[in-house]
Design a protein around this ligand. Sequence first.
Ligand code: NAD
Length: 487
Amino acid sequence: MLKIKNYIGGELVDPVSGAYLDDVNPATGDVYAQVPDSDERDVEQAVQAAEAAFGEWSHTPVAQRSKVLVKVADLIEANLDKLARAECIDNGKPLSLAKALDIPRAAANFRFFATAIIHFRSELHTTDDVAINYTLRKPRGVVGIISPWNLPLYVISWKVAPALACGNTVVAKPSEVTPMTAYMLSELCREAGLPPGVLNIVHGEGAKAGDAIVRHPTVRTISFTGGTVTGREITKIASPMFKRVALELGGKNPNVIFADADQDKALRESLRSSFANQGQVCLSGSRIFVEQPVYKTFVERFVESAKNLRVGDPLEESTDQGALVSKAQFDKVRSYIDLARKEGGTILCGGDGVPDSLPDRCREGFFVAPTVIANLSVDCRVNQEEIFGPVVTVTPFETESQVVEYANATDYGLSASVWTNDLSRAHRMAEAITAGTVWINCWMIRDLSVPFGGMKNSGVGREGGEESLRFFTEPKNVCIRVPRGTS
Ligand code: NAD
């Protein structure tokens, strides 16, 4: 059985304890690989390697850093099929999605930040005719990166690429649930000629390896993507140590459909925003609000289309819906479907039962059919808590002000979609919704240069473009007095 290794100081190594965790294929329920069960000793080694590499990497000319990171992007592209297959097996997502989205996006992340850093400029301010100020931006040192399982290579590369481009060195911990493509990335980084210790990847559980990264005094910058509860735990440790922390957390995003919208487009994209990656996207539009005059028709058509999504073997090209990532996630999603019943909801499609379309090899896999639930109150738990599965609710609304209230009625504030052909209304809604991203007549168009992040319990800080480059650098103001006057 394949044993994944830690990547420390440029070497692929076993965990100090020699202990491993099971890596399960969620489509079959079989253990198919072993993941290092790393602890603080592995993290210590990784931090030491990162610290030792920092001096040279931070002084490596930008053009050279850029070149190596572009090479990583090239290698990801060259290995697209292999990486996509690995992501599909590790995570349960359809192969077609991994090929079209996850892996190309990981390559794009490296390429984007490898080239952005060449053009990164710092600021200059003149203080009347008294002084000039310029801002020095230096890498911050050893950066800790902790990432989730839903978009494994996509999210880790979104953080690793800008951190390295800025001249930092990194200790990263991928999710223990989906470690495979991060392991493959470590091999590609070696091949690209990334110097030893610049990127270190320590595998293992959050409470052990993740926690050790957060607590380590040398790691003064932490970029985390994951659940809101974990984000809170990290903050409790990192804040008293005055670390710089970026948190990209959960969402419970509204998807608002007005009667004047292009109904076909709204339907098509709502299917994607509801069920892409089995609804395991932080940006999923899990609360659908439909204006009363079109509610009945929209819901009928939406349910019909959801039933037609093919739940199947993630490796089959024809599959629309793969497996949920783990037994734990499967149980969690099923418990919310039960809760919806208790809260008075009507299951319009999906719910329990193994979909008929599954082949034999997937009978023990973690599959849930696309599930649409109606007749729930906006403030019930199913409409308040992040389910993170192929489960959406549908709710009618009467007026614009009412739907703004509905949209903002959770503790989250990550993203929203609004469907309307009324331009003024689109601007009003964009202004009124409390979310880091508002999509008008679209979903999940992700320009890498725009600020990305959440409001309220969906996160702290922004990533993307200059936001990332600023986050991973330390600004220093240099103020020079301009002598007035005479010769
Ligand atoms: P999670 O919080 O359970 O785990 C995320 C990472 O944190 C994993 O690597 C895990 O091992 C680690 N971790 C867990 N406990 C830790 C601790 N005490 N200290 C340090 N590290 C710890 O999240 P998940 O279940 O892997 O991912 C799903 C969540 O991620 C959802 O809530 C989803 O919305 C969120 N997410 C957010 C975004 C975003 O950009 N806002 C993107 C993707 C996923």
